[in-house]
Ligand binder design. Structure first.
Ligand SMILES: NC(=O)c1ccc[n+]([C@@H]2O[C@H](COP(=O)([O-])OP(=O)(O)OC[C@H]3O[C@@H](n4cnc5c(N)ncnc54)[C@H](OP(=O)(O)O)[C@@H]3O)[C@@H](O)[C@H]2O)c1
Length: 335
């Protein structure tokens, strides 16, 4: 099987993209030199869809991506689909957030992202979190104005409800909906995945590796770096964490029987199940990058998909995916 290609924001891109978040914060130490080398290796492999946000590392993530973009030739740059996001306002180094979707904030955030990235247009611009006090129609109006000015090429929404997506799509076509989706986070199957399919909106699955847990190689939670965000998340801790690791051990047995690492099986499950879904596994490392990329070439049969569906059936995973602070601005169904 060749690399699976999917439509996103008016471009045909490989279904396997790259999430840059961990290159700035959340999953322990990061090294800009290593991250830049990984970005170049990703381009060499064929990765074209790169996902960042203004809030990751308080601008650091976009600046890093800007450095990479500047190192490319113009023709290479033109092949990239850079997706970024606005709306989460966090004092640097903190997790607590304030959501801002005001017209002035959207415009200023877009200008700042363009500058940090060193590009004239953002390929895909997401509302990272929706501010419930602002009608989504008004938020779309601000984004449509930026599109008319050529500052953004396409509009995306993240972690909104199916109802919000429909309302937004009625104002202007929404190119992409980004939400957490993986073997261990399947709430999007209830409403969002069918809604995206019905509207022709691409679904971009974030944290498709369950923030590393589904690789079955993640260190014990208590051994993570002191500032690693997973130390706070209910799903990685206590009895829930132990329960979920036992589940992943069974995933690892299936993966071994089928001759691939669990991380590849987790990504291949998503791509084989849904023809309109793209994934953005995050990694700082070239070794993981190459392995994740290969998952885009894996064909699973119906028996394999069914076995994984059954292993991770509703109720199989223990614990919430976010802390209460992390749920701020999220409208998606809670699993
Ligand atoms: N819209 C939103 O609200 C939102 C929220 C979260 C994330 N995102 C986006 O989604 C992207 C991906 O999500 P994510 O980074 O949170 O989670 P993820 O892709 O599920 O997992 C990333 C973690 O897995 C590890 N990893 C990656 N490939 C691996 C492999 N083959 N074997 C073992 N470990 C592996 C990474 O560590 P190494 O770096 O060591 O490889 C990192 O710790 C982010 O980068 C970000 O762009 C969006």
């Amino acid at each position: 099987m060749t690399q699976s290609i999917r439509r996103l924001a008016g471009q045909d891109v490989p279904a396997i993209g790259l999430g840059l978040m961990g290159m700035s914060e959340f999953y322990g130490a990061h090294d800009d030199g290593e991250s830049l080398a990984t970005l170049h290796a990703a381009f060499e492999l064929g990765v074209r869809h790169l996902d960042t946000a203004d809030t990751y590392g308080a601008g650091h993530n976009e600046q890093l991506l800007g450095r990479f973009v500047a190192e490319l030739k113009p023709a290479q740059r033109a092949e990239l689909l850079i997706a970024t996001k606005f709306g989460i306002n966090r004092p640097p180094g903190t997790y607590e957030r304030h959501i801002d979707n005001s017209p002035a904030y959207i415009r200023a955030a877009c200008e700042d992202s363009l500058k940090r990235l060193g590009v004239e247009q953002l390929g895909l611009y997401y509302v990272h979190r929706r501010d419930p006090v602002r009608p989504i129609e008004a938020v779309m109006d601000s984004l449509v104005a930026l599109k008319a000015e050529g500052k953004i090429a396409a509009i995306g929404l993240s972690e909104v409800s199916a109802q919000t997506l429909r309302r937004a799509h009625a104002v202007h076509p929404v190119a992409a909906l980004q939400s957490e989706y993986s073997l261990w986070e399947r709430a999007a199957e209830q409403e969002m995945l069918p809604t995206c399919a019905a509207l022709g909106v691409a679904f971009v699955a974030y944290s498709p590796l369950g923030r590393a847990l589904l690789s079955a190689t993640m260190p014990a939670t208590q051994d993570l770096a002191p500032d690693d965000f997973r130390r706070m998340l209910p799903r990685f801790n206590g009895a829930a964490g132990a329960h979920n690791r036992a589940l992943v051990a069974r995933l690892a047995e299936l993966a071994a029987a089928w001759g691939m690492p669990p991380s590849q099986l987790a990504l291949a499950w998503i791509l084989n199940k849904h023809p309109h879904v793209l994934v953005i596994p995050g990694t700082r490392r070239q070794t993981h990058l190459g392995s994740n990329w290969s998952a885009g070439q894996i064909d699973l049969n119906a028996v394999q998909v069914d076995a994984l569906d059954a292993l991770f059936a509703a109720g199989a995973v223990a614990g919430e995916r976010y802390t209460e602070g992390g749920w701020v601005g999220i409208e998606s169904v809670r699993s």
